[in-house]
Design a protein around this ligand. Structure first.
Ligand SMILES: [Zn+2]
Length: 407
């Protein structure tokens, strides 16, 4: 009786200022009177209540867990196919090996981890240049086991773009290629967002002062791996309708809402202008261009731009929640999708293998704050898997030897 009274008064508090009124639940209900409300068509139920019958809302009996404490166990019983090791060898196009390239010992330990996952090669997308790139290549070449299993992308320094910048940047890029770089990237999300020109203005992604560097990438046969923006929800208010509320509440500095930042649309428009203007340059948009939640949009862009490729790192939550649409997309663009993992966590790769290789239903994802939902396998055909896992990367990386990779 005490609980019931408490809930009624709780509901009364919620209802202040709304058009809903507390009243008896609809006839036929067996739960007895609890906090409840009626609403008009088009209205949402008041906070703390759930629509139990059309236009009738009710508050659950307490205690009510907070969203971070609600961890329901799935009772679904269906076949499970864990995939600890990829079916075909893999090139991780979006590697961040970090300290694993700092010593022979670390490199060879990473090699053993990659072996267990069937990752045959990591492309280090750590924006290395100059001395740092030379040192990393020295470590890689010193290992008989690993010398053909890690390749490095070069970084471009976008600070202080202005007179003389392009000549210096192209010369540095040529030196980095001579030192062993096989591509460019990962150009960070700061490019376009907050990188400044020498005159203090924001450096736009499509700034014509950068044209010589993109032309050099085409001439030197270097694919350009570029991360632009972030999930579109990061630009929206951190409210309870935001699909990324938990991530934004854990990491409020990831929010771009209410700041003087360029909008998501501004950034991707500039990015697409860049891709469009330099058709001879091969671009790889990281994280499926942050369009994994709208594959139709990405499909339109990739149809328009044959020089555009897309990498799948850190957006598995979107691929695995639309298994039919994602499978169609992967099959349609099978020649231009690349596997990449991003953050190096060996235990997380098998989730990708399971999504790509199986038709499993409703299984856990590895990072709860990305997604409060489960994943489904997209069951890619073998020839598509091989392209996504290694063949596409080998094709766009002409400086990487094809020796040793299966046909
Ligand atoms: Zn990255």
């Amino acid at each position: 009786m005490t609980t019931r009274i408490a809930l009624v008064s709780l509901a009364a508090v919620f209802l202040v200022g709304t058009t809903a009124t507390a009243q008896q639940p609809p006839a036929g209900g067996s739960g007895g009177f609890r906090g409840s409300a009626t609403i008009q068509p088009g209205e949402s139920c008041p906070p703390g209540t759930t629509e139990i019958r059309p236009l009738n809302c009710m508050a659950p009996q307490g205690p009510i867990p907070s969203i971070v404490d609600y961890r329901p166990r799935s009772t679904l019983v269906v076949p499970e196919h864990k995939v600890p090791r990829a079916k075909y060898p893999v090139i991780d196009f979006h590697g961040h090996p970090g300290g694993n390239l700092s010593s022979l010992e670390n490199l060879e330990r990473m090699g053993r981890e990659l072996d267990s996952l069937n990752v045959g090669m990591m492309i280090a997308a750590d924006n290395m240049s100059g001395e740092r790139l030379v040192r990393a290549m020295d470590v890689i070449r010193s290992s008989p086991k690993m010398k053909d299993r890690v390749r490095v992308l070069a970084g471009i320094n976008f600070q202080n773009v202005g007179p003389g910048w392009a000549e210096r940047a192209v010369a540095q890029l040529e030196a980095d290629v001579a030192a062993g770089a096989v591509g460019v990237g990962e150009i960070s999300k700061g490019f376009g967002l907050n990188t400044r020109r020498a005159d203090g203005t924001r450096l736009r992604l499509d700034d014509p002062a950068l044209d010589p560097i993109w032309e050099a990438c085409a001439r030197l046969q270097l694919p350009v791996f570029i991360h632009t923006g972030d999930p579109p929800e990061f630009w929206n208010p951190i409210d309870f309708n935001n699909e990324r509320w938990l991530e934004l509440a854990l990491f409020p500095n990831r929010s771009y809402a209410g700041d003087n930042n360029p909008s998501f649309e501004q950034l991707v428009t500039e990015r697409d202008n860049l891709f469009r203007k330099h058709r001879k340059t091969t671009f790889v948009t990281a994280h499926l261009g942050w369009h994994a939640n709208d594959l139709g949009r990405l499909a339109k862009l990739m149809t328009e731009l044959p020089n555009l490729h897309a990498e799948v790192g850190a957006v598995l939550y979107d691929i695995g929640r639309q298994p039919r649409a994602a499978r169609d997309f992967f099959i349609k663009f099978q020649d231009r999708i690349l596997f990449g993992k991003d953050s190096y966590q060996p235990g997380e790769y098998p989730y990708y293998w399971r999504v790509f290789e199986t038709a499993d239903d409703y299984f856990d994802y590895y990072r709860d704050y990305h997604a409060f939902w489960k994943l489904y396998g997209i069951d890619l055909p073998d020839d598509v898997l091989k392209k996504v896992y290694y063949q596409n990367a080998l094709r766009i990386l002409p400086k990487v030897s094809k020796a040793g990779w299966p046909q």
